[in-house]
Design a protein around this ligand. Structure first.
Ligand code: HEM
Length: 493
């Protein structure tokens, strides 16, 4: 038996060396991070819970474009604006793929979801349909306000009930953000006291474990780990099982509204000429509810954390709100255009935190170039947004939260074509740009402006709140600062 195991390991090392050599020769112009071990590549030398920070440090040594090997996969890492722009925009068609991964091929997710599907005609069609169904333009924005306002009121009521006592804002913010997503996707909301929202949080936690921190990537290159009852595989299985039972037991019997995203997608399943099945709708729903909730809820929570560390930013936001909106009506989306400081805070929040620091892995769908580097088809590409957003050779004091950098000398917001704005790509860019950018920014505005109109926030205990510096956050699918408590003081008293 031992001889068989030794032979098997030697066989795997030989295969890995041959594969390594064939991939390496094509990418030989790009510096490779050393040392590399057979089978593991660089993985043994990386803290995979902080991949974005490790890669940014490596860029100091190897330059803005380098390659790493994680287990069997040779990955090209892009760390500066020029290379990222070249990949996502200038050569956007060729770099629009997603790498094949055991984790996403399992249960056919790669053929039915948006996030994990490579750049196929079906993916393009799904993106177009969802974009249309989300209705983030024209009258759709009035309808977004109608969906948000009752949730805003509910959030304000929950905060008011804390009566100045310390509370952890995460669940309140998550529930509200999730309910707006549910209203868009299904036309229904869940009660704060029922167990549906708790189940959704658990599904999110399990998928975060599988796809977020990096350790789950072992499954992609050593899929037979699942035979050994590997923990990452068990978590992936639990996530899918819980998601499936949630879909069967909680979603399918709901009175789904006609003008919702899921209703629009279900109508496509009736068209035999289109490859959209119930599995496609379920996967797309999963993508949207998870990507649409965790990201925005975390962004809102991080902004609150920043405000309790930096009360002068809160004061200035409230001064702008008092001038533009006052206390007699609630803020609405039309106010966004005349609140430049608020807009600057959101841009700086997106740059400073870089909530999805490595975007989602891309891959090349044909041979292409990124700047002068020739990249063969099927190469995995990591987009290090974190490095670009904190590049000290471009940004002054990149680790200081400074909204004023996005304002001109008259206090107006810099135009979208200004270099500072072009270099904030928190939602990615090009063919795979986030589908929720407009929704996320509008929702952030409606919720944050409403709570700041009603309350001022301060730390429950300044000693025990997390640092606002995102280098201290933990990495899941999104960067999280950890739980903390704050106090809300009513402004009408
Ligand atoms: C602050 C909020 C958000 C941030 C920072 C964010 C960021 C991102 C990033 C960096 C990507 C990867 C782009 C790439 O692959 O190059 C992405 C993809 C995606 N996001 Fe968001 N996102 C946010 C909110 C949302 C919301 C509200 C939705 C809901 C509609 C959403 C849905 C998606 C989807 C479906 C994709 C996959 C697109 C594809 O693979 O083609 N996101 N997001």
């Amino acid at each position: 038996m031992i001889t068989l195991i030794v032979l098997f390991v030697l066989f795997m090392i030989c295969i890995s060396m041959i594969w390594n050599w064939s991939q390496t020769s094509e990418l030989s112009g790009i510096p490779a991070v050393k040392p590399r071990w057979p089978l593991f590549g660089n993985a043994l030398f990386f803290d995979l819970t902080k991949t974005h920070i490790v890669l940014t440090e490596l860029a100091q040594k190897y330059g803005p474009v380098f390659r790493i090997k994680l287990y069997g996969d040779e990955i090209v890492v892009l760390n500066d604006y020029k290379s990222i722009y070249s990949a996502l925009v200038a050569n956007g068609n060729e770099v629009a793929g997603r790498p094949s991964m055991y984790r996403t091929e399992h249960a056919d997710r790669n053929r039915n979801s948006i996030v994990w599907q490579t750049y196929t005609p079906k993916l393009k069609m799904l993106r177009k349909e969802v974009h249309k169904s989300l209705r983030m333009f024209g009258d759709g924005l009035n309808s977004l306000e109608d969906k948000c306002f009752p949730e805003v009121e509910a959030l304000i009521a929950r905060i008011r009930d804390t009566d100045g006592h310390p509370f952890d804002p995460w669940d309140y913010i998550y529930d509200t953000t999730c309910n707006v997503m549910l209203l868009l996707l299904l036309g229904v909301r869940f009660s704060y006291t029922g167990d549906e929202l708790t189940q959704l949080k658990e599904i999110s936690r399990l998928f975060n474990h599988t796809f977020g921190s990096g350790s789950g990537s072992r499954l992609d290159v050593i899929p037979w780990l699942h035979i050994l009852r590997n923990q990452d595989f068990s978590v992936l299985k639990s996530a899918l099982k819980l998601r499936n039972s949630f879909w069967e037991d909680r979603i399918k019997d709901l009175p789904i509204k006609n003008d919702s995203v899921v209703a629009d997608l279900l109508r496509l399943t009736e068209n035999p000429g289109i490859d959209v099945t119930e599995t496609t709708v379920k996967e797309t729903f999963t993508n949207l509810i998870l990507a649409g909730t965790d990201t925005t809820a975390t962004a809102m929570t991080c902004l609150l954390l920043i405000l309790i560390h930096r009360p002068e930013v809160q004061d200035r936001l409230q001064a702008e709100l008092d001038t533009v909106v006052g206390q007699k009506r609630k803020p609405c989306l039309a106010d966004r255009a005349v609140m430049p400081y608020f807009e600057a805070c959101v841009l700086e929040l997106l740059r400073y935190i870089s909530h999805v620091p490595l975007a989602v892995p891309h891959s090349t769908i044909s041979d292409t170039y990124i700047e002068e580097h020739k990249i063969p088809a099927d190469t995995t590409i990591y987009i290090n947004l974190w490095a670009m957003h904190h590049d000290a050779s471009f940004w002054n004091d990149p680790w200081v939260f400074q909204p004023e950098r996005f304002l001109d000398e008259h206090g107006c917001i810099l135009p979208p074509q200004h270099e500072f704005r072009r270099r904030v790509m928190a939602f990615g860019a090009g063919r795979r740009v986030c589908l929720g950018e407009v929704l996320a920014k509008n929702r952030l505005f409606l919720f944050v402006s409403a709570i700041l109109q009603n309350f001022s926030f301060e730390a429950a205990d300044i000693q025990s709140i997390p640092d606002m510096d995102p280098r201290t956050y933990s990495l899941g699918l999104v960067l999280h600062p950890g739980r903390f408590k704050l106090k809300a003081k009513r402004r009408d008293r």
